[in-house]
Write a protein that binds this ligand. Structure first.
Ligand SMILES: *Cc1c(COP(=O)(O)O)cnc(C)c1O
Length: 383
């Protein structure tokens, strides 16, 4: 691992992936460790600390070191084969009968997994508008609720939940707080410093940033029994990230700060211009003063993120037609990459979605902001 001085900023440390230099070749880019098994010492020990590739891998550890540094995670970070594998490991560390409180507005696939799969294993789940702290307080049952799950900003309305206040509510009831911080990234929000116990990322998205890796990450505040159980679940379920993906992720994270700055500048500029667009009924972006989460976002985020949604004034058909007419924007799901993506979210989520049918989700990339606006503008005007 690294011996980088602590006073160097996260930006400096991320740019060099903690500055690790290979001791054999002096390569400034660490090698990809592909071995699945490791030589045992003559005295029957494993002095290197590595035994087998399913519980652990040196390239994975390198990437985990970067995430732990970025999140200020005392327990460290764990990389998984996907964001869903990371999230479900947290729920898997609970016991049958445990009660979970999760947001009404959250990543759709995880919401469905919680209501359809987690319940089969005896977990009890209540969905509540976590941005309403009174509603959250009412939903948490002291002694019964073991986990409060947040997503902020949350898909696809970019709802903001006050992490510090939610941590207080969760902890007062004897529950842990976990935060899906995928849409934010550790450059923008550090949930552990606000009182969360675990932070989760679909590293597939902003952390990797290039739409070419499926990966998930957890970072923990404390190396306690719960964290140890999550570690055992990753190993037992065989959900570790592959070394090639870990390498690509580390390569992506070297430019995280640059990408986020460029993407946030584009997102902010687009939000302002779309807010004044006659074909747009509403822009959902926490950076706009009128967004219900603006004040909390201004307090707990370092910028307002790279994601926004628009509601097309002429309704669902016009929204779908708008997405059909873009050129520079790519019509695709996912988010956080350097290329801008547009998605009619309701048709992906299905009939029971709380997502408004006239909503288009915009993942803002690093292209020229004027080009991005012009492309959307022509698509909206021909509606
Ligand atoms: C994509 C995503 C996930 C799931 O991540 P995968 O890598 O696709 O499994 C979870 N939460 C949020 C907010 C996401 O955007």
């Amino acid at each position: 691992m690294s011996h980088a001085p602590r006073h160097w900023s996260k930006k400096s440390l991320a740019a060099q992936a903690l500055g690790h230099v290979d001791p054999v070749t002096k390569a400034v880019v660490p090698p990809i460790h592909v071995a699945t098994t490791y030589l045992r010492d003559p005295d029957n020990q494993y002095s290197s600390g590595y035994v087998y590739g399913r519980p652990d891998n040196a390239t994975v550890r390198e990437a985990e070191g970067v995430i732990a540094m970025l999140e200020e995670a005392e327990a460290g970070a764990l990389l998984f084969s996907s964001g869903m594998a990371a999230a479900t490991a947290v729920f898997g560390a609970l016991d049958p009968g445990d009660h979970i409180v999760a947001p009404t507005i959250m990543y759709w696939a995880l919401r469905r997994w919680l209501s359809e799969e987690a319940t089969r294993w005896g977990l009890r789940v209540d969905f509540v508008a976590t941005d309403d702290l009174d509603a959250l307080k009412a939903a948490v049952r002291p002694g019964e609720t073991k986990l409060v799950w947040l997503e902020t900003p949350s898909n696809p309305l970019w709802t903001i939940t006050d992490i510090a206040a939610a941590a207080e509510i969760a902890h007062a009831a004897g529950a842990r707080l976990a935060v899906d911080s995928t849409a934010s990234s550790p450059v923008v929000t550090r949930p552990l410093t606000l009182g969360a116990d675990v932070v989760m990322h679909a590293a597939t998205k902003v952390l990797n940033g290039h739409s070419d890796v499926i990966a998930g990450a957890l970072a923990g505040a404390k190396a306690d029994a719960f964290w140890a159980r999550i570690q055992r679940i990753r190993s037992g379920n065989g959900a570790i990230l592959g070394p090639f993906e870990a390498y690509l992720l580390m390569r992506g994270m070297r430019t995280l700060h640059l990408r986020i700055a460029a993407q946030m500048a584009n997102a902010g500029a687009l939000a302002q211009r779309l807010d004044a667009h006659p074909a747009v009924a509403q822009v959902l972006y926490p950076g706009l003063a009128r967004h219900p989460g603006h004040a909390v976002a201004a307090r707990q985020m370092n910028g307002f993120g790279t994601m926004l949604s628009i509601r097309v004034a002429a309704g669902e058909a016009a929204a779908i037609a708008t997405a059909a007419r873009v050129g520079l924007w790519k019509r695709a799901t996912s988010l956080g990459g350097v290329e801008s993506l547009i998605e009619h979210r309701a048709s992906i989520e299905g009939p029971s979605t709380p997502c408004p049918p006239d909503l288009l989700r915009l993942s803002v990339g690093i292209e020229d902001a004027d080009d991005l606006f012009a492309d959307l503008d022509q698509a909206l005007r021909h509606g």
